[in-house]
Design a protein around this ligand. Sequence first.
Ligand SMILES: Cc1ncc(COP(=O)(O)O)c(C=O)c1O
Length: 366
Amino acid sequence: MNIPLVDLKLQYAPLKEEILSEISKTLDGMHLFLGENVQALEKEYSAFCGVKHAIGVSDGTQALHILLRAFEIGPGDEVITVSHTFIATAEAILLAGARPVFVDIDPHTMLMDVSLVEQAITPRTRAILPVHLYGQTVDMDPLLSLASRYGLAVIEDACQAHGATYKDRKAGSMGDGAAFSFYFSKNLGAYGEGGIITTNDDEIARRVRMIRDHGSAQKYHHDLLGMNARLDELQAVVLRAKLPYLESWNEKRRQHAAHLNALLKNAPVWIPFERRENCHVYHLYVIRCKERDELLAHLKEHGVFAGVHYPIPVHLQQAVLDLGYKPGDLPITEQVVGEIISLPIYAELTQEQIEYMVDEIDAFYA
Ligand SMILES: Cc1ncc(COP(=O)(O)O)c(C=O)c1O
């Protein structure tokens, strides 16, 4: 049996007719940028998240970058985040000209350890950037109250957490602003690049809209230094066709996770830890084990294409060496990156595939 990490063909088949017909209409109209589909998606996604504004952008990396710029965070400023994330989180901070300051993670959730944030605050700190990695939100209430005590902005990296909730509040609705990615393999993915920014702040929304379109609110009048980071109409068509299914796809992922948890109960691996106040949407189902590389190779040999998200922590990446971090600085982060395996968890996965994966894990340990 072959089980890929994601299988988008299965998701596309039932949506194909609708998507192709809407794409065809859009091409007939040839209104390709910031048209009716982007505007409608922005309304639909803001309603989905329960926020005032959603602003479509070119991708998740630029969503983070634009938000930081909208908050006027730049050279001389520090932003507290985690190293156990995709490089884009730190890249966006560096693109804005600011410095990422990394705190370690909680070993159970593998998310920002909120108890370590206060000691990382300096007079240069301007924002905290929690990452809702794998589809589960950071413990937001203590983080939000810490940020408000110190007058810091909270920018959520919700790029992996479409539809996740914390105490019934949606990811992307809790901080001062949030960034989502529509990279093709996300729980809500485009057929190309895409992203969206959510916020309840009218002034930030106004600035974000301008920055994504060359700093302009009126054609050829550029009041802010911006960039070209618009979401295009064709991607908005795809995302609008998929959005009504997101909750049910997330629910399927949760059911698969519960099934995997039950089947893996006796295996010598750590299963994902979901906090009581969270609704985890399992963008990734990540187990931990001591024999990671051997298990990964065994699974691959038997057709299970698991992944590692991510094998090298950001603070030890060549690209950011000049930040001055060294091995040993973030011990929990450095330990878990050698132990994690992401098992396939897409909505269309079958019971047989799930049982086969677990049988192969059991066979490895036998
Ligand atoms: C946690 C996290 N942050 C940021 C990004 C960047 O998003 P994009 O790939 O759309 O630029 C991603 C996407 O892979 C991500 O997983």
